[in-house]
Design a protein around this ligand. Structure first.
Ligand SMILES: [Zn+2]
Length: 658
C-alpha cells in the first residue's frame, strides 16, 4: 500500500465477542455492528463527556502514517516495557486494538470503553467523568504512545546546558536535537515533532539568547485585536490638586497584570511607575487596592479606576490582600488614604492618598492636608507658620510640612479648619477607637490620636479597615469638584475600537504572523539578562526551525487571565490545501525542499466554555480522500464545500506534501 494510506486488515470476528469490562463509563453503550461499513468510517459513542476524546481520535485515525504503523503490527517491535515514563506498552496496545476495530469495516459506531478505561488508568488527569480539553487529551495520548514506543532503553542524564553565544543557528539546533534524541526516539517523534527556535533579546543591552526546543503543538494566537487588548479608562489625580483630573485611556493586553496598568499610567503621565497608586473608587470610597500580580481582567466595565500620583514611592510592596484601605506597615513612612465626606451633601469628593511620615503631629497633618487642597477649598486666612510661609504660593502642593516641635507650636489647631480628620470605617461612617459607629466620630488630636496611634490601632483585631476620613463641616462649593480633562489617548483609543471592531475575521496567516511576532514580556514574566545581571522585560520571538511531517495547529481559543477562562470566537479562515510554512521557518530550506501542507482534520469546539462545550471533528478519509463529519456516534459524508473555515475550529491537522 502507498505511504500515508491505511492497509486492509484481517478481521477476526472473535474479537467482537470478547467480554466487555464492567466500568462506570457508560455501562450500557454497545458497539453497533454493520458488515457493510467503510473501513475507517466509524462513529465513537459518547461514554459520558467523552467527545473531547472522540473528536481527537477521529482526526488521529486518519493520520495514515500512524494508523498504518499500528495496523501493520510494526509498532510491536518498538514497545518499551522498561520505560518508567511509559505504560508497559499497554496504552499502545489498546490504541492498536481500537484502530483495528475502527478500520475493520464491521461497525457503524464503537463504544471505546476499553480504551477509555486504559486512558483513565494511565493518565490520572483524565480519570474523572468531566469534560476535558481535547488538546490536552491529545497531548497526553501522543506523549503516552511516545513513551510506550520509545526506542531509548536507558535514558542518560543530561546536565550540559547548550549556550547560544556565537554559535550558528543550525549548529546549535542540531546539537539541541541530538541531545533530545538521546532520551527520545520514537515513531511519534519522527512523525509529529518539530523544533521551535526561541529568541530572547534584552530590552536594555540587546543581549540575545537563543534556544531550540522540540514541539508537537503549534499554539497560534487566534485573537483579533479586540480579543487581545482591553481599553481601560483611568482618572489620573496629579499630586497638584489644583490640576484638573485627567482621563487617560490605557490600551493594554488582557493578560497584563495590574503592575503593567500602573506602568501604562505612569508612562502617560510621564512620572516614575512607583509613584502611581492605582485604586478602584466606588461612590467616593476606595473600593479596593489591587494586587499588582492580578490580571487587568479583574477590572469590570463600570469600575472607576483612579491613578494617584504620589510624592514619593510608598513604603514596601503594595498589600496583597486587597483591603479597602492600605494598612500601615512598619517603617517611618505610611501610605494613607483619606476619604472625604459630609453627611448633608450627596456630591462626591474623591479620596486623597498621601505617603506620610508616621510621626507627623496632628497639627502638621491638618496643615499638610490644607496645603494639598484645591485652592478654592484651601484655608488661607490662617496664620501660616514655618516653611509653609516660605514656599511660593504656586508650589504649596510640593511643600514639606515642618516637623520640628517649635514649628508645631505655631501651627493652628484642628478647630481652625473647616474640616475635621477622624476615624471612619470602610463605609466612611465615623467611628470611635473601638470601631463602634459614633455620630461625632473620634477626631485626631495632639494627645491621644495621631497618625502613629491610628497605625497601631488599625493593627488590632477587628480594627482592620479603620481609615482616616476628612469630614467637611459645610458642603464644599463647586470649586471643590475637580474639572475633568480628556487626554488625547481617549480619542485615539475610541478610534482604535471603532476600527478594530470591524475586523473580526482572521486568516491562518494572521495567526502565524502573530505567532512569530516579537513580543515584550510582561512585568511578571521578567527574564534574567546575564549581561546586565538583572531581570528585564525582554523581547521574545518564536519561529519554526524544523517542520514536522504531521503539523498539528492548536488555535488558542481559551484565554487564561487569572482564574478566568475566556473563549475566543474569532473566525479563522484556513486553507484546505497548500499551507506554506516557509515564511515562518527561521532557516532557508535546502534547495528543492518545500514545506507545503494539506489539511486532513479539524476538531471543532462548540460552546462558550471548556467545561460545558462539545467537540466534533471533520476529517478527510486517509484512503478515499472523502470528507466526513463526526459527531460522537454519527459519521456523515460531506463535501469539500462543507468544510467551511469556522469560528469553531480548534485543532487543525495538516500533512506534509511529498
Ligand atoms: Zn541586558
Amino acid at each position: 500500500f502507498p505511504p500515508g494510506k491505511v492497509p486492509a486488515i484481517d478481521w477476526d470476528p472473535a474479537t467482537t465477542e470478547a467480554e466487555q469490562p464492567r466500568h462506570p463509563f457508560a455501562a450500557r453503550a454497545k458497539d453497533t455492528v454493520a458488515d457493510t461499513a467503510t473501513p475507517g468510517v466509524c462513529g465513537l459513542q459518547n461514554l459520558g463527556n467523552t467527545c473531547f476524546m472522540n473528536a481527537a481520535l477521529q482526526c488521529l485515525s486518519h493520520c495514515g502514517l500512524l494508523t498504518a504503523f499500528f495496523l501493520s503490527g510494526n509498532f510491536v517491535a518498538d514497545i518499551n516495557t522498561k520505560n518508567p515514563l511509559g505504560h508497559n506498552g499497554e496504552l499502545a496496545k489498546q490504541y492498536a486494538k481500537l484502530l483495528r476495530k475502527l478500520w475493520s469495516g464491521h461497525y457503524n459506531a464503537l463504544a471505546p470503553r476499553e480504551f477509555r478505561i486504559a486512558l483513565a488508568t494511565f493518565c490520572p488527569l483524565l480519570q474523572d467523568m468531566g469534560q476535558h480539553d481535547t488538546q490536552e487529551f491529545l497531548m497526553t495520548l501522543l506523549d503516552g504512545l511516545h513513551e510506550d514506543l520509545n526506542l531509548v532503553q536507558d535514558k542518560p542524564y543530561i546536565t550540559e546546558e547548550l549556550e547560544s553565544n556565537g554559535c550558528a543557528d543550525d549548529v546549535l539546533a542540531s546539537q539541541a536535537w541530538r541531545q533530545y534524541l538521546l532520551r527520545n526516539q520514537s515513531f511519534i517523534v519522527d512523525t509529529f515533532q518539530g523544533q521551535l527556535k526561541s529568541t530572547i533579546r534584552c530590552n536594555r543591552c540587546d543581549n540575545v539568547s537563543v534556544t531550540f526546543d522540540p514541539v508537537t503543538f503549534f499554539t497560534l494566537p487566534a485573537q483579533t485585536a479586540m480579543d487581545l487588548y482591553v481599553v481601560i479608562p483611568v482618572y489620573f489625580r496629579s499630586r497638584d490638586y489644583d490640576e484638573p483630573l485627567i482621563k487617560f485611556s490605557c490600551r493594554i493586553l488582557r493578560t497584563a497584570s495590574l503592575i503593567d496598568l500602573q506602568s501604562c499610567v505612569a508612562h502617560q503621565a510621564n512620572i516614575p511607575r512607583d509613584c502611581v497608586a492605582v485604586r478602584d473608587i466606588f461612590q467616593g470610597r476606595v473600593f479596593c487596592a489591587f494586587d499588582r500580580d492580578e490580571t487587568v481582567d479583574v477590572i469590570r466595565v463600570n469600575d472607576e479606576i483612579f491613578g494617584y500620583e504620589l510624592m514619593e514611592a510608598p513604603p514596601g510592596p503594595e498589600p496583597k490582600d486587597r483591603p479597602p484601605a492600605s494598612p500601615p506597615v512598619d517603617g517611618e513612612k505610611v501610605l494613607v488614604t483619606f476619604t472625604q465626606f459630609n453627611p448633608e451633601h450627596q456630591r462626591i469628593l474623591v479620596p486623597m492618598i498621601f505617603v506620610l511620615d508616621r510621626h507627623i503631629s496632628t497639627r502638621q497633618l491638618y496643615a499638610f492636608i490644607n496645603a494639598h487642597l484645591p485652592s478654592p477649598l484651601r484655608c488661607n486666612v490662617l496664620p501660616q507658620a514655618g516653611q509653609v510661609t516660605e514656599e511660593s504660593p504656586g508650589s504649596t502642593a510640593n511643600s514639606n510640612v515642618p516637623l520640628t516641635e517649635e514649628c508645631t507650636e505655631e501651627l493652628p489647631g484642628p478647630e481652625d479648619y473647616p474640616f475635621s480628620i477622624m476615624l471612619v470605617n470602610k463605609e466612611s461612617v465615623p467611628c470611635d477607637m473601638t470601631g463602634r459607629l459614633s455620630k461625632q466620630g473620634t477626631c485626631l488630636d495632639d494627645r491621644q490620636l495621631s497618625v502613629h496611634a491610628w497605625c497601631r490601632l488599625s493593627l488590632r483585631p477587628g480594627m482592620h479597615g479603620i481609615m482616616l476620613g476628612i469630614k467637611w463641616h459645610t458642603a464644599p462649593d463647586d470649586g471643590a469638584f475637580l474639572s475633568l480633562v480628556d487626554d488625547e489617548s481617549v480619542a485615539k483609543n475610541e478610534q482604535w475600537i471603532k476600527q478594530s471592531s470591524k475586523n473580526t475575521q482572521l486568516t491562518l496567516k494572521d495567526c502565524w504572523d502573530s505567532f512569530i511576532e516579537e513580543e515584550q514580556l510582561g512585568e511578571n514574566d521578567m527574564w534574567y539578562c546575564n549581561r546586565c545581571k538583572e531581570h528585564r522585560a525582554a523581547f521574545k520571538r518564536l519561529q519554526v526551525f524544523r517542520a514536522p511531517r504531521i503539523l498539528i495547529i492548536h488555535l488558542k481559543r481559551f484565554q487564561y487571565t487569572g482564574s478566568y477562562r475566556r473563549k475566543i470566537e474569532s473566525h479563522v479562515d484556513y486553507p484546505l490545501e497548500g499551507l506554506d510554512l516557509a515564511p515562518y521557518i527561521a532557516q532557508s530550506l535546502p534547495r528543492g525542499q518545500q514545506a507545503i501542507y494539506d489539511l486532513f482534520g479539524i476538531t471543532h469546539h462548540l460552546g462558550t466554555s471548556i467545561e460545558f462545550g462539545h467537540y466534533t471533528a471533520t476529517v478527510k478519509h486517509a484512503n478515499t480522500d472523502e470528507w466526513y463529519h463526526y459527531d460522537d456516534s454519527d459519521a456523515t459524508l460531506c463535501t469539500e464545500a462543507d468544510v467551511h473555515p469556522a469560528s469553531s475550529a480548534y485543532l487543525l491537522f495538516y500533512r506534509l506534501r511529498d
